[in-house]
Design a protein around this ligand. Structure first.
Ligand code: C2E
Ligand code: CA
Ligand code: CA
Ligand code: CA
Length: 274
């Protein structure tokens, strides 16, 4: 039994070593990806349930690795966050998204995901201001998507920094609502413009009465706090119908489109209006 335990321990250590090596390789490649412009942004539309217009697009990072092909954000964002690379990468994404959105017809908006690591730094408002100035995009057309995990530590500093961002005139959305940390206290401490209902609830919407009940109550809460609402991960027309019946403001998901390269955005908007 002892020999067996030692053996499996050796296996465990070897696997751990393998994981660490993979991490290091990924970090090295990610650094290179930034320099060699292997990163790009794809855009996914948000559709208003009021008039079925496209309101704007969410920018999502894509990494096309020269050997391994597409690497998902779920894999490389955590590596970027732990290595600090998320700071230059996030600033690049902000600037790129604002510059591309500045060429879209007014008033189409662009939403950019902001990592909690970026919110923690003191110069995020300056970075946002730089991106707005470089692009010439009106601040009201930029939305920052922030997850509730920013509130896990350093609450007062976080709230102050969010207010500093708000003073620039940009919109601030609470992303992935209903998952993770899930305390309602911060809804009172910071007035988000928009609340994004996590895909997990939308996925269950048609099969679970509880999920529908949760969605209904999230929408009521958002309405009473004067926040607009987006449901994410909407894949089927029936989900759209239910969300519309429950009073959700906007929907986003594969039912309208998968995230698309920047050069397809204008064509999509024109086609959508037909
Ligand atoms: P998120 O912000 O919640 O983005 C939504 C994710 O759901 C995207 O995955 C999108 O492609 C996917 N999605 C959209 N509609 C549907 C649908 O109908 N069905 C399904 N199954 N999935 C849908 P993606 O692009 O892989 O991004 C994953 C996460 O990576 C994002 O989640 C976000 O947290 C993070 N991320 C992506 N881009 C950035 C970025 O520029 N900065 C930061 N900090 N994080 C980013
Ligand atoms: Ca998001
Ligand atoms: Ca989300
Ligand atoms: Ca998510």
């Amino acid at each position: 039994a002892k020999a067996y335990a030692t053996g499996s321990m050796r296996f465990f250590v070897a696997r751990l070593g393998e994981q660490i090596r993979r991490r290091l390789v990924l970090e090295r490649d990610l650094r290179e990806a930034m320099e060699k412009k292997q990163l790009s942004l794809h855009y996914q539309p948000k559709v208003s349930l009021h008039d079925w217009e496209v309101i704007g697009f969410e920018a999502l990072l894509r990494w096309n690795h020269p050997e391994h092909g597409a690497i998902t954000p779920a894999e490389f964002i955590p590596v970027a966050e732990e290595s600090g690379l998320i700071l230059p990468m996030g600033e690049w994404a902000l600037t790129e998204a604002c510059c591309q959105a500045a060429r879209w017809p007014d008033p189409l908006q662009v939403a950019v995901n902001i990592s909690p690591v970026q919110v923690m730094t003191h110069n995020l408002p300056e970075a946002v201001q730089r991106a707005l100035r470089t692009s010439g995009l009106a601040p009201g057309r930029l939305e920052l998507e922030i997850t509730e995990s920013v509130f896990i530590n350093d609450n007062r500093g976080t709230v102050e920094r969010l207010h500093a961002l708000r003073r620039l005139g940009v919109q601030i959305a609470l992303d992935d609502f209903g998952t993770g940390y899930s305390s309602l206290a911060y809804l009172r401490r910071f007035p988000f413009d928009t609340l994004k209902i996590d895909r997990a609830f939308v996925r269950e919407l048609l099969i679970s009465r509880d999920a529908r009940s949760i969605v209904r109550n999230i929408l009521a809460l958002a309405k009473s706090l004067r926040m607009s609402t987006v449901a994410e991960g909407v894949e089927e027309p029936l989900q759209v119908n239910v969300l519309e019946a429950e009073g959700c403001n906007m929907v986003q998901g594969y039912f309208a489109s998968r995230p698309m390269p920047a050069d397809q955005v204008l064509e999509f908007v024109l086609k959508w209006r037909e």
